[in-house]
Every structure is written in structure tokens, then in C-alpha cells.
Design a protein around this ligand. Structure first.
Ligand SMILES: *[C@@H]1O[C@H](CO)[C@@H](O)[C@H](O)[C@H]1NC(C)=O
Ligand SMILES: *[C@@H]1O[C@H](CO)[C@@H](O)[C@H](O)[C@H]1NC(C)=O
Ligand SMILES: *[C@@H]1O[C@H](CO)[C@@H](O)[C@H](O)[C@H]1NC(C)=O
Length: 498
């Protein structure tokens, strides 16, 4: 163990009660390794998660386009580009904020980003078209099959000028722009390529407006339906392009459009949009992320004290903190943050990431936050985020780590096809669509350790069934891990910072 916690728990919260010391460096390495287990396409010689093999080597070939590569989003074998792009943006943001603490894992983090950006360059190579997804999701979900054996339809789904999808396109633009900053110092040619593509994809997303819910319908809903509308992704994309270019047109776009977020509810394809609550952040809704991201620019731009971003970011923080009178999330008895919807740990990781990033702005601005009559300083934001990270790593009533392969006690039966089926090396013969059911139903531990995978997590009473069929709790996703990569890097260097 590298870290010794001298944390003094202030206040009355149960949340940070179980003070343990965690090996954040070990967890960081594993959180990045997980992405190798999600890789689609031809695996490189330096692949470390070697039980995984090449898969989906002809994605896109049926329409004459190379769409190989990228990531499976979770425990299935579909490439959903909307959440994949968000995970990529968060990996890039993790490196931009905390890459200095990653040391020998920095290169692995860059490889994880590049695995996605190489794919997004392919998915946006035809002007006026953005590929939004590869893999027919119903057929995929009806099988329990290794990606290496896949024989379900690998249908490519696209958005275009006529059938737009501004959310998926603008999120891809955000991912490309954020990643371009990451690669600037190590591969400037690649960085320029990413940035140029980000610009053209953003223009496409903005000029041809619409939600992919309307055009791709049941192929994207209910899987990754865009409930919050596409306006947030457009502003988020512009904010990342501003960070990458410092060009005033992107900043103006952010300022002019920030007021449109949250104005009224919309219905697209029968889905009611929740609009733009400033307290939301995740693969669907980018609002709180926009306000936190741009907070770092405020001092460098013509300071306008009536800017809307800082008050909105403060409102976001006040919606989270346990002691805040305007708290809108709940906490389990063991201290885990809960919001409605599945895969709860995605909220714990994405929201904690914003708390730590925003705490840096508070430091720079030498400012506290007022939640009603409760005054919150930056150390408190970090402490709340650390409580969430420590809970995930095992400081919880079950003493259970929710990261596979970290600690002594971790999930054994995750809802994940390739982890739960014998590896190709163990079982070279094909495991057909329905042949996997016996493994799915088995009470045995998964044969392949998907090291670093963080599952959906416990229920609201801190219980965890460790059951493959309980996918809401036992399925890992790329967007749970991506922000955790940054958090773990931060706590690796700052476990005693307050
Ligand atoms: C400051 O921002 C507000 C809101 O965007 C705007 O109405 C106002 O004109 C701005 N003031 C200056 C001096 O730029
Ligand atoms: C968790 O660990 C603590 C401290 O070691 C111990 O007191 C407690 O009984 C453990 N709980 C479970 C459920 O194992
Ligand atoms: C948690 O426990 C309470 C009280 O025992 C119970 O009413 C509730 O249904 C439980 N919630 C979950 C998610 O299991």
C-alpha cells in the first residue's frame, strides 16, 4: 500500500466513515486495463488482456466502409457510438486534468483514447455522414455469445443531412476535440487531424439539427435514447472546440446557446425530453459538465460577472452535497450516492469527477460555495468525491470492491458475455448464440477476469447480489470507468491533500 490516510472525518456524515487506505495506483492501472477487454476489431501485439482475441473484423464492409475497431459499450457486443464518444471525452478530460499523476499508466490511457479516436475517424470519414452505431442490437441481445464468435447482424446505422443526429455527431466532435489536446505534445500530426475532423463534424451536427431518436428509432431507443435533447451536446461540443482552439466563435456559440438549455420539454419519437437540468451529467445529459468545463475559462475571457456558468456549477454542487439544503440526490446508509436509472455507479464516478475538477476552479478563484446557509469549501468537494471512490474500492458495509480484480472481495459473476464464457484459448470451438445460455445461468464465477471493470454497483441498501442476470447492478460499462480513471489518478497523488 502506497497510501496512508490521515483523513479526519469532519461533520456528521456517515459517508466517509469507513476510512481505509486504498492503493489508488493499482486501481488506476486496472481501470485503464478494462478498456482493453472492451476492444473490438484487430487487437494489437501489445494487448495485455490476452484472453480477448480479434472480433468484428468486417464491420462496415457490407456497405464498403471500414468501421472496425472501437469499443463494446458494456456486457454486449454492440458498438453504440453515442456513449462510446462520451466515454472517450471523459478519458481525454481525465488525462487533461490528471495525466501528470498517471506516470507509467499515461501511455496506456493514451492508447485507450486512441483506440476510440481511430475508430471515430473512420465513422466520420465520409462528409455529411456520421456512423452512429454498429450491430443490430436486438439480435445481439438475444444471444449470449463471445464477440470472437459473433454471427449476429453487424448492421451499420448512420445519420446524415437528411436524417440528422446532432447528439451523436456533436458528442463525437467533443471527443475528437478533447483528444486532440491530449495528443498535441506527443503526436502533433494526429492531433491536427483529430481537431480538423472535430470542426467539420461539429458543423455537420449544428447545421443539420435533429435527434437520432427520430431517425434511428428503435435501433437506438431504448438502448441509448437521447432523453435530454441534442442542444446540450452542441454546446458541449463547442466548449471542447473552444478549449482546443481558443477561437472566439466557439465561445460565442457556448454563451449564446447556454440559455437554450433547459427551456421547455420536447417530445421526439415519443420520448419526453427532460430538457436541461443543470444538476445532470452523464452520457445523455452534458449540462453540469458544460458549466464545470467552462469555469476554468472564465478568468481568461473578458470577465463578465453576470456569466451564468459559475452560478449553475454552484447549483450543481449544491444538488449533490449531503449537507446541502438543496440536495437532490440520495445516499445509501453506507454513503453511496444514488440517482434514478440503472448502472448507478456511473453517477458516482461522473459526478465525483466534476466535484474534483470544480474544486480546482474554486482554488484558483479563491472562492467558497454557498448552499443556502451552508458554506462549502473546496476541500469538502474533494472529500465527498473521495468518499465515493473509496466506497467503490471497498470502504462500504459489505467490504466489497466493485472493481473486478481490485482488493480481495469483488464481483465474480458480472453481466458480460466474453468474461462469462470460456476464452477462445480454453475453448477454441465456436460457442453459438444459444450455446452460451448454460454459462449465463451457471452459478460459477466468470472464467475470465475483466480486470478493472466497475459494475453498476449495489442497491440503495448497500446490498449486492453478484448475479449475472441482475444486469442493472452487475454490468460494467465504459462510461462508469472513464471518469474514474481521472479520479484515481488524482487520488493517487492527493490522498492526503486536506
Ligand atoms: C454579461 O453577460 C450577460 C448575460 O450573457 C449579458 O446580458 C451582458 O450583456 C454581458 N455584459 C457584458 C458587459 O458583456
Ligand atoms: C468489514 O470490515 C470491518 C472492519 O474490518 C469489519 O468490522 C466488518 O465486520 C466487515 N463487514 C463484513 C460484512 O464483512
Ligand atoms: C431497503 O430496505 C428498506 C427497509 O428494509 C426496504 O423497504 C427497501 O425496499 C429496500 N430497498 C432496496 C432497494 O432493496
Amino acid at each position: 500500500m502506497k497510501t496512508t490516510s490521515l483523513l479526519v472525518v469532519v461533520g456528521m456524515m456517515a459517508m466517509a466513515a469507513a476510512v481505509a487506505s486504498h492503493d489508488y495506483g493499482d486501481a488506476l492501472a486496472k481501470s485503464i486495463l478494462f478498456f482493453e477487454g472492451q476492444r473490438s476489431g484487430k487487437l494489437p501485439p501489445n494487448q495485455r488482456m490476452t484472453w480477448r482475441k480479434d472480433s468484428a473484423l468486417e464491420d462496415g464492409f457490407q456497405i464498403g466502409v471500414d468501421l472496425t475497431g472501437g469499443y463494446y459499450d458494456a456486457g454486449d457486443n454492440v458498438k453504440f457510438n453515442f456513449p462510446m464518444a462520451f466515454s472517450t471525452t471523459m478519458l481525454a478530460w481525465s488525462v487533461l486534468e490528471f495525466g501528470k499523476s498517471m506516470e507509467s499508466d499515461l501511455q496506456h490511457a493514451l492508447d485507450a483514447i486512441r483506440w476510440a479516436t481511430d475508430y471515430f475517424l473512420k465513422a466520420t470519414s465520409i462528409p455529411g455522414i456520421v456512423y452512429a452505431q454498429v450491430g443490430e442490437p436486438y439480435g445481439d441481445h438475444d444471444c449470449w455469445e463471445r464477440p470472437e464468435d459473433m454471427d449476429t447482424a453487424r448492421t451499420p446505422y448512420a445519420v446524415s443531412k437528411q436524417f440528422p443526429g446532432s447528439e451523436v455527431s456533436a458528442e463525437i466532435a467533443a471527443a475528437l476535440a478533447a483528444s486532440s489536446i491530449v495528443f498535441r505534445s506527443t503526436d502533433s500530426t494526429y492531433a491536427v487531424k483529430l481537431l480538423n475532423r472535430a470542426k467539420t463534424v461539429f458543423v455537420f451536427a449544428d447545421r443539420y439539427r435533429g435527434s437520432y431518436n427520430d431517425y434511428l428509432g428503435k435501433w437506438v431507443c431504448p438502448f441509448y435514447c437521447d432523453f435530454s435533447g441534442y442542444e446540450d451536446e452542441l454546446v458541449w461540443g463547442a466548449a471542447w472546440l473552444y478549449r482546443a482552439t481558443k477561437a472566439p466563435n466557439y465561445w460565442n456559440y457556448v454563451v449564446e446557446n447556454i440559455y437554450n438549455l433547459g427551456s421547455g420539454r420536447k417530445i421526439t419519437n415519443g420520448v419526453s425530453s427532460s430538457g436541461g437540468s443543470v444538476t445532470e451529467f452523464g452520457w445523455d445529459n452534458k449540462n453540469a459538465g458544460i458549466n464545470v468545463l467552462v469555469s476554468r475559462f472564465i478568468n481568461t475571457i473578458n470577465s463578465n460577472s453576470s456569466n451564468p456558468f459559475i452560478p449553475k456549477a454552484d447549483t450543481f454542487v449544491c444538488s449533490l452535497l449531503p449537507e446541502s439544503p438543496t440536495k437532490s440526490v440520495s445516499y445509501s446508509p453506507g454513503g453511496l450516492l444514488f440517482k434514478p436509472g440503472g448502472s448507478n455507479l456511473q453517477h458516482a464516478t461522473t459526478l465525483s469527477f466534476l466535484l474534483v475538477v470544480y474544486s480546482r476552479y474554486l482554488k484558483q478563484a479563491n472562492k467558497d460555495i454557498h448552499c443556502g446557509n451552508v458554506v462549502v469549501n473546496r476541500a469538502r468537494l474533494v472529500q465527498v468525491a473521495k468518499g465515493q471512490v473509496d466506497y467503490i474500492l471497498g470502504s462500504n458495509p459489505l467490504n466489497m470492491s466493485y472493481m473486478v480484480g481490485y482488493g480481495k472481495n469483488f464481483p465474480q459473476r458480472i453481466h458480460h458475455r466474453s468474461s462469462s464464457l470460456p476464452s477462445v484459448a480454453q475453448h477454441p470451438g465456436k460457442v453459438g448464440c444459444q450455446d452460451g445460455i448454460a454459462y449465463y445461468d451457471s452459478k460459477n464465477s466468470n472464467p475470465n477476469e475483466l480486470t478493472g471493470a466497475v459494475v453498476g454497483g449495489p442497491d440503495a441498501n448497500d446490498s449486492y447480489a453478484d448475479s449475472r442476470s441482475d444486469f442493472v447492478h452487475s454490468e460494467p460499462t465504459t462510461y462508469i470507468n472513464a471518469p474514474l480513471v481521472g479520479l484515481l489518478a488524482y487520488f493517487k497523488s492527493n490522498s492526503r491533500s486536506f
